[in-house]
Design a protein around this ligand. Structure first.
Ligand SMILES: Cc1ncc(COP(=O)(O)O)c(C=O)c1O
Length: 387
C-alpha cells in the first residue's frame, strides 16, 4: 500500500459508513430498451438513451463512415489543427437546429459547463450569480473554478429568485442566472417564459442547461428554450443523452461563440472531438426533428408511470417528463428497493446523496421510447410487490 493509499482507504471508509460507497458495474445497452448486466437481460430504466438512438443503425453507420474517411483521432486542439470542415459544418447544423446565430461543440457537457462558466464570469467582473439549488454538479464545479459566491434559490422557486435579485443583485455590476430546463434527478421543468421575464427585468444574463430536454421536448425536440426564441443568452446541452452519442454543444450569439473560442479553457486546451463522435451527432440531428411519435410515446409512458406511482402512494415530485423519481427517503431503502427490482429483471438505479439532497434518496426512473406500456406495468407491479 502506498503512502497515498492509506489516506484514500480512510476516506473511502468514511464514504462507506455514510452508505454512499459506489462501484462500477459493467452493462451493455440493447436496442430494445433492455440492458445486459452480469449476463442477464434487464429492462433498463436507468440509461439516458431516451430515444433509443445509441444503437441506431444510422448513427453507427455514420460514425463508421466518418472514421473511415477522416481517421480515428482529430490530431490536435481546435485552435491548432483540430478544426475540420466537419466540425464547422456540424456547428452550423446545430445552430440551424436550435435557431440560433452560432454553436460550438465541446467534448462533454461536464467540460462545457466547467469551461464556460469561469470564462463568462471573467468577462463580467463582480457579477452576482444566482442558481437553482438543484443545478447539475458540473455547473457547481464551474462556479467553484470561477471562485465566485453563489446565491442559490429554492428549486424552481422563481419568487425566491426575484427576491434574491432585488436584494443581492441590485448593486452588482452584472447578474448571471443559471438553471436547467429539465432537472436531471427530478424530471421537472423550469418555467422558461417567466425566467426570461425575470432576467430581462433585472438585466441578468440567462444560462440554461438543456441536457435532458434536447431531443425530447420542445418543437422538433429543440428543447424548452425553443419556446422562448432569442431570449436565453447561453443554451447548452449534451449529445450523450437523447441524441445517443457523446459530446456537448453551446448555442447563442456569434459574439458568445467567438468569446468562448478564445477563452473557455476546456475548449482551448483539449483535443478536438474525433470523426466518429461528430458522425454520430450529425446522424442524430438528421433523425431528431422527425421523432414526434417517439416523443409522444415517451409522454404517454411518463403519465402512466406517474399515475401508477401515485396509486401506490409513492411521491414522484413535480416530474412532467421522461425522468420520473420514485422518492424512497433513506439511502438504505433506495438501495434495497433497487436490488429487489434488479432481482425481478428491472434496472432502476438508486440515486443517493451527494447527487440528491439528504433524505430524498430515490429510484431515478428514466424512460426510453423503446419501452412499452407492459414494461411500465411490470415496473409498477414489482415496486408495489417489493414494499
Ligand atoms: C444537467 C446536466 N448537465 C450536464 C451533464 C454532463 O453532460 P455529459 O454527460 O455530456 O458530460 C449532465 C449529465 O451527465 C447533466 O445531467
Amino acid at each position: 500500500m502506498s503512502r497515498l493509499d492509506s489516506h484514500l482507504e480512510t476516506a473511502l471508509a468514511r464514504i462507506g459508513q455514510a452508505g454512499q460507497r459506489r462501484h462500477l458495474r459493467a452493462s451493455a445497452l440493447s436496442p430494445n430498451g433492455r440492458i445486459v448486466r452480469n449476463g442477464r437481460e434487464l429492462v433498463d430504466f436507468s440509461s439516458n438513451d431516451y430515444l433509443g438512438l445509441a444503437r441506431h443503425p444510422l448513427l453507427i453507420e455514420r460514425a463508421r463512415e466518418w472514421t473511415a474517411r477522416d481517421g480515428a483521432g482529430s490530431g490536435a486542439s481546435r485552435l491548432v489543427t483540430g478544426t475540420s470542415d466537419a466540425h464547422l459544418a456540424l456547428e452550423a447544423k446545430i445552430a440551424a437546429f436550435k435557431h440560433t446565430e452560432a454553436a460550438l461543440v465541446f467534448a462533454s457537457g461536464w467540460q462545457a459547463n466547467t469551461a464556460m462558466i469561469p470564462a463568462l464570469l471573467t468577462a463580467m467582473p463582480g457579477a452576482a450569480v444566482f442558481c437553482d439549488r438543484l443545478i447539475h454538479a458540473s455547473m457547481h464545479a464551474g462556479l467553484a473554478m470561477a471562485g465566485v459566491r453563489q446565491h442559490r434559490f429554492r428549486h424552481n422557486d422563481l419568487d425566491h429568485l426575484e427576491a434574491l435579485l432585488a436584494d443581492k443583485g441590485v448593486n452588482a455590476p452584472a447578474r448571471l442566472i443559471l438553471t436547467e430546463s429539465v432537472f436531471s434527478m427530478d424530471g421537472d421543468r423550469a418555467d422558461m417564459a417567466r425566467l426570461c421575464d425575470i432576467a430581462e427585468r433585472h438585466d441578468a444574463v440567462l444560462y440554461v442547461d438543456e441536457a435532458h430536454a434536447t431531443g425530447v421536448l420542445g418543437p422538433q425536440g429543440r428543447g424548452l428554450c425553443a419556446h422562448v426564441p432569442g431570449r436565453v443568452d447561453v443554451t447548452m446541452g449534451t449529445f450523450s443523452k437523447a441524441l445517443g452519442g457523446f459530446g456537448a454543444y453551446v448555442t447563442g450569439s456569434q459574439v458568445l461563440i467567438d468569446y468562448l473560442v478564445n477563452t473557455a479553457s476546456g475548449f482551448v486546451f483539449t483535443t478536438a472531438p474525433p470523426p466518429a463522435v461528430l458522425g454520430a451527432i450529425d446522424a442524430a440531428l438528421d433523425l431528431i426533428p422527425g421523432m414526434d411519435a417517439e416523443r409522444a410515446h415517451l409522454a404517454t409512458l411518463g403519465k402512466r408511470l406517474r399515475d401508477g406511482l401515485a396509486a401506490l402512494g409513492i411521491d414522484h415530485g413535480a416530474s412532467s417528463t421522461q425522468i420520473v423519481p420514485a422518492m424512497v427517503g433513506t439511502e438504505a431503502d433506495a438501495l434495497a428497493l433497487s436490488a429487489r427490482l434488479e432481482a425481478a429483471g428491472l434496472l432502476a438505479s438508486a440515486i443517493r446523496p451527494p447527487t440528491v439532497p439528504p433524505g430524498t434518496s430515490r429510484l431515478r426512473i428514466a424512460l426510453r421510447a423503446t419501452h412499452g406500456e407492459a414494461d411500465i406495468d411490470a415496473l409498477l407491479g414489482a415496486i408495489g410487490g417489493a414494499r
